[in-house]
Write a protein that binds this ligand. Structure first.
Ligand SMILES: *Cc1c(COP(=O)(O)O)cnc(C)c1O
Length: 419
């Protein structure tokens, strides 16, 4: 420390103190380095792939190599859609770059209101509130609406942002096993002790690709006097005859009180989130939801591009139809090749391997074949349930799907997964 001290002799006391803290950081640094080494040791260290092209079915990496992408949430293939790029540019030309404000002070433009209307039309709801992300939408949806007198009943596989949102709220918490309606019913019976009850669930669960049984959830909600909230991040644009999400799939329009969702997956894949639903609920969120009140407006280019996204989806079902046929094409051929695939009702296809190291070996071998897929294992999925997750997109062409299936078969045989 003396060296620092001598060097610091001309500094103010405040600055000297800052430098003295380097000593403090030394201990913390060691702590972090040890933790990071342990993460690497466990094979859980996350590396990033540097893409040097737009997000798409086929991507170019920084080193110039190409790969087929089967691990993006680009379900409708809109991430590089020329109409959306053009709409983003036009909105930036017309309304500028940033808003430098939260919505309620001076961060609302006409296009923010138009986007909220487009989302309400898509989900057939009364009103919509925009957030910077769905993470924020979920973080800000419970605390303004419920108190310690109320109950939140949450599916055990709900997204991290719902879990965090629930933590920020004082309501009594109940949890039921994934999509288990008997457990949900028991929770609802217990929760009769509270004033209001809300059931919250993901629409599509991202690890298995299964859809929440919304019809049964709504029936139970009716029977036990509960509100219903669903996070449509992986389901909107994907499930339902026209890709309108779980309400369309189960015919439960009018029975779901709150939907949350993202603009970062099927709807163009940039950023932004929303909560849409009953008028008074949205109005209360505008008054009290902290990520809305204390975080910036989404920029005009995102709003303008998202409006164009909903226009494209309104004009034609072509992209959704293509996604659905890509999913069945891929699933059928993988089953025929002998792979064990979870029954999927979405654009997520879980290829079961069960063994954790095998899932990592498999994903790495696929990457060498130029196919990006993700291997998941405990704690992301239950122990002994390791898998490869494949995400299909409307952007995938038949030759992309064939190439991926071919690689799966080759690697599957090499690693003894199929015969
Ligand atoms: C991706 C996802 C989110 C987060 O969405 P962002 O807009 O990226 O913050 C929230 N909920 C679920 C279920 C998701 O899959």
């Amino acid at each position: 420390m003396t060296i620092f001290y001598e060097k610091c002799s001309g500094f103010s006391i405040f600055e000297t103190e800052l430098l003295t803290n380097i000593d403090m950081y030394g201990k913390f640094q060691k702590h972090l380095s040890d933790e990071l080494a342990a993460i690497k040791e466990a094979g859980l260290y996350k590396n990033e792939r540097n893409i040097a092209s737009p997000q798409s079915a086929e991507i170019t990496l920084e080193d110039g190599s190409k790969a087929l992408n089967f691990c993006a949430n680009n379900y409708l293939g809109l991430a590089d859609n020329p109409r959306i790029v053009k709409a983003a540019k036009a909105a930036m030309e017309e309304r500028g770059y940033g808003m430098s404000s939260v919505r309620f002070i001076c961060g609302t433009q006409d296009i923010h209101k138009r986007l909220e209307k487009a989302i309400s039309d898509f989900f057939k709801t009364e009103d919509t509130i925009l957030y910077a992300s769905c993470f924020d939408a979920n973080g800000g949806v419970f605390e303004p609406l419920l108190t310690a007198d109320d109950a939140i009943i949450s599916d055990s596989l709900n997204h991290a942002s719902i879990i965090d949102g629930v933590r920020l709220c004082k309501a009594v918490r109940y949890r039921y096993a994934n999509a288990d309606m008997a457990e949900l019913e028991r929770c609802l019976q217990e929760a009769q002790a509270q004033r209001f009850r809300i059931i919250c669930t993901d629409g599509v669960f991202s690890m298995d690709g299964n859809v929440a049984p919304m019809d049964k959830i709504c029936d139970l909600a009716e029977k036990y006097d509960a509100l219903v909230m669903v996070d449509e991040s992986h389901s909107a644009g994907v499930v339902g005859p026209r890709g309108r999400g779980v309400a369309e799939l189960y015919g439960c329009y009018g029975r779901i009180d709150i939907f949350t969702g993202t603009l970062g997956k099927a709807f163009g894949g940039a950023v932004g989130g929303f909560t849409t639903g009953r008028k008074e609920i949205i109005d209360m969120l505008r008054q009290r939801s902290r990520p809305y009140l204390f975080s910036n407006s989404i920029p005009a280019m995102i709003a303008g591009a998202a409006i164009e996204t909903f226009r494209i989806l309104d004009e034609s079902d072509e992209l959704h139809d293509r996604l659905v046929s890509n999913v069945s094409y891929f699933r059928d051929r993988m089953l025929a090749a002998g792979f064990d695939i979870k029954p999927t009702q979405s654009a997520i296809c879980a290829v079961m391997l069960y063994d954790a190291p095998l899932s990592q070996k498999f994903a790495a071998a696929m990457a060498r074949e130029g196919i990006f897929v993700t291997g998941f294992y405990y704690p992301v999925v239950p122990k002994g349930q390791a898998r490869i997750r494949v995400q299909l997109s409307a952007a995938h062409k038949k030759e992309h799907l064939d190439k991926a299936i071919e690689a799966f078969v080759k690697v599957g045989k090499e690693l003894g997964v199929i015969k």
